[in-house]
Ligand binder design. Sequence first.
Ligand code: AHR
Length: 309
Amino acid sequence: TLVAGLFNPMWAGAAQPLVMGFSQVGAESEWRTANTASIKDAAKKDGITLKFADAQQKQENQVKALRSFIAQKVDVIAFSPVVESGWDTVLREARAAKIPVILTDRAVSVSDPSLYVTFIGSDFVEEGRKAGRWLLDFAKKAPNAELNIVELQGTVGSAPAIDRKKGFEEIIASNPKLKLSRSQSGDFTRAKGKEVMEAFLKAKDKKIDVLYAHNDDMAIGAIQAIEEAGLKPGKDIIIISIDGVKGAFEAMVAGKLNVTVECNPLLGPQLMQLARDVVAGKPVARRITTTEGVFPAEVAAKELPNRRY
Ligand code: AHR
């Protein structure tokens, strides 16, 4: 009967699905699209109810999303912060509401590190170092030549932009022939990468030998600008970028990009497991770093069919 059904003891004991509020940076790059798909798929497979909010690369939208998750009393908040600073207040609000916070992909800089439970993502400084090491090796081919480098930075104030710059500069500092002459943000997008590269090329004060782009999308945008300027990307200008998305492998196969440093966006399955552990009160590592490689153009054709994003 209806009454018996209403008081079904099975229902009373049934566990509620875990609810996660996730605030994503935006949809600025191929990497980000793969990251979003990984998180949505993993939540579905894991039976986790996902409340997903796209911040369109604006911190104020993320703060609003976090506050809305707090108001909805989600079980756990996960987010990939657009920028590093400015999170103390909203994270304190989450703590006051007893909602644990997991950082994914990008780190924050807060006065009290216990405001978040754990961080899962890449080591961006190491990615910058890997890019720098590739260039050091490349420079050995012509040890007496000075190489003029331009840099396309990611979003101003974001962890990957800060760290990738730092790691790269740390490594190239050991060779005085490697000179970084210009550095500007292309906001991690193709359109901006193209626009800023056009401006670099127009300056014409110094021949550009090397482009270091903080992500593949900006490198792909810049490749267009280089071709439109009548130059050969990958040959006249050596191009180094980060992420390892399919678009980068295709550009390498076409001879237009020289190397990509991998940054793995497929964080969904690990994040869901982590969320379950955190909510269950199990001890978790403070930082979980993803394992990543470096793919020079020479291996691109062989690797392309294996790429998952
Ligand atoms: O935070 C990771 C970075 O953000 C990726 O390298 C980039 O493509 C994305 O937009």
